[in-house]
Design a protein around this ligand. Sequence first.
Ligand SMILES: Nc1ncnc2c1ncn2[C@@H]1O[C@H](COP(=O)(O)OP(=O)(O)O)[C@@H](O)[C@H]1O
Ligand SMILES: [Mg+2]
Length: 265
Amino acid sequence: MSPSAFLKVENLAKAFMLERPVFADVNFALDQGEFVCIIGHSGCGKTTILNVLAGLDTASEGHVFMDGRELNGPGLERGVVFQSHALMPWLSVRRNIAFAVESRWPEWKRAQVDAHVRTFVDMVGLTAALDRKPSELSGGMKQRVGIARAFAIQPRMLLLDEPFGALDALTRGTIQDELMGIVRETRQTVFMITHDVDEAILLADRILLMSNGQDTAEGYVPGRIAEVVANPLPRERTRAGLHHLGGYYELRNHIVDFLVSRARA
Ligand SMILES: Nc1ncnc2c1ncn2[C@@H]1O[C@H](COP(=O)(O)OP(=O)(O)O)[C@@H](O)[C@H]1O
Ligand SMILES: [Mg+2]
């Protein structure tokens, strides 16, 4: 583990039931600018880890450090996109995002906030819905507002919980491309949960494979990071060209084999 790591997770464990922790001994580190995906079956504890990194939940054991300082609660340097949107229902799309932008840059003038909001609303293709309330949007549109809001505050770290799951394939592809472009340019660090193996291969520098807690002949074994896979494909890859790259099928098969035969009992 790199001593200069931007984000460091040490011996993390979470137990809702004593003696049967969801996961234990979770250790990993992220360098600044690194894009890491975590893959594992439902219930292994991915969202719980992300919530701990966000400062929205506490671990039963272990520590999380960012820039050498232990995390203690949420902060504007970390932006979260939840699995289902978390918008303020009484505010328009524009105001939901502007609210976050104004908290991040309190000194900004109104016009600057507005221009910034428009850039990110445009990125997710919602310009026509700027003045609509969440109740007037489809599920996928609401999810896109949440994505625009997290990207707009340009946090040093993005925490994404299956952010594109509810989107149609075309929109998902566009937003994946935008995300990749933005974080490379800004050197943002990303921790993303996905169940889409190709999405992980496209976006991630490294992929954490997580197993579920399981009962074995020797007793209960908590969930853990079973393996860390470095993505060997060239960083300048595109969705369309992915399956033509040497090493793509080996990588894909390795991850699918993990999910099918090693991730749970
Ligand atoms: N607040 C809670 N109280 C009790 N059990 C919980 C709570 N939150 C999550 N769990 C349990 O912890 C496990 C991991 O949940 P979660 O982190 O959401 O998994 P994942 O995101 O990998 O699907 C699940 O078995 C879930 O039922
Ligand atoms: Mg989850």
